[in-house]
Design a protein around this ligand. Structure first.
Ligand SMILES: CCCCCCCC(=O)SCCNC(=O)CCNC(=O)[C@H](O)C(C)(C)COP(=O)(O)OP(=O)(O)OC[C@H]1O[C@@H](n2cnc3c(N)ncnc32)[C@H](O)[C@@H]1OP(=O)(O)O
Length: 259
């Protein structure tokens, strides 16, 4: 069970931007020493490359793990991150890296769903993961951790100023994005490549812009290719429930093409 979970997590890492088949980088978070010293996102400025420029497609930016702390993170965000990194030391939780580019090249898991692999490669060459497409600190700052034994994914999330809806609060679409991303991650780790078939969100309290919240997701039921998941968003002190959601993800059928 644990072995298949680790393998699924590795697959997820590939889907999140690691070149398929390429050796994992030296800072491989899946190595036995889980993210040793993870704590600071290094953003070495490169000549001609604006730091965090959302339009930049340099491979350095595309392959940087953006789920590590950066200067825009608040103290709450850092404390939570450190707490989960601590929990990851015994292997019960795993820190999931996250990159701008989800598909740097064809990955074995995805390409079978496209009838024209060449066209897909062209289309994806400039694609970016939506929640990672805004500059550092302005949009979605988040880190996810997965617990394979409990089939749970936790996302710590700080919504930046570009995610405003009603003045001073997060836009509902931004909240839905992070719910979908967290549930989607939980689903993919659990059953492999899957897509959201339905998502039902109850927005209970507005989330203040710039605050840190915790998204707790879990697998409730598996029926064949169907995976039912639920989640809630709470304040760091757990006293406020901001949102609750239920969802259905469907594992893609290898016999069916996406286009
Ligand atoms: C690491 C990743 C993090 C990011 C996560 C982000 C995830 C996303 O946002 S994905 C984007 C949004 N989702 C989409 O665009 C998906 C669009 N929909 C589709 O492509 C297809 O409908 C898809 C793939 C969901 C299912 O298609 P397909 O595999 O052909 O399923 P199909 O054979 O019709 O149905 C399988 C089962 O699911 C059920 N089902 C399918 N769709 C739905 C639905 N919308 N609602 C309820 N049930 C459904 C069917 O009734 C069937 O159930 P049963 O087996 O009991 O008869």
């Amino acid at each position: 069970m644990l072995r298949s979970c680790v393998s699924r997590l590795r697959t997820l890492a590939v889907q999140r931007g690691l070149p398929g088949g390429a050796p994992l980088p030296a800072k491989d978070p899946w190595s036995p020493r889980v993210n040793p010293g993870a704590g600071r996102r290094e953003r070495a400025a490169k000549p001609g490359c604006v730091r965090g420029d959302p339009r930049s497609f340099s491979s350095e930016v595309m392959h940087m793990d953006l789920s590590l702390p950066n200067p825009s993170w608040s103290e709450d965000m850092r404390l939570l991150f450190d707490q989960f990194m601590k929990k990851s030391e015994d292997g019960s939780w795993k820190h999931l890296p996250s990159y701008k580019s989800k598909f740097t090249q064809e990955t074995e898991d995805i390409k079978i769903y496209f009838p024209d692999a060449k066209l897909m490669k062209e289309k994806l060459s400039q694609a970016q993961l939506f929640p990672r497409s805004l500059e550092e600190g302005l949009g979605f700052e988040y880190a996810m951790f997965h617990n394979c034994v409990e089939d749970r994914t936790v996302c710590i999330f700080q919504g930046g100023p570009y995610l405003q809806g009603v003045p001073g609060f997060l836009h509902g679409g931004a909240i839905a994005t992070m719910i979908d991303a967290t549930l989607g991650t939980c689903a993919v780790v659990a059953i492999g490549v899957a897509m959201t078939a339905s998502l039902n969100i109850s927005f209970k309290r507005p989330i203040p812009l710039g605050s840190v919240v915790v998204i707790n997701s879990q697998v409730d039921k598996v029926e064949g290719r169907k995976l039912f998941l639920s989640c809630n968003i709470r304040s760091v002190d757990e006293k406020t429930v901001y949102s609750e959601a239920t969802s259905l993800f469907v594992k893609l059928d290898p016999k069916t093409r996406l286009t």
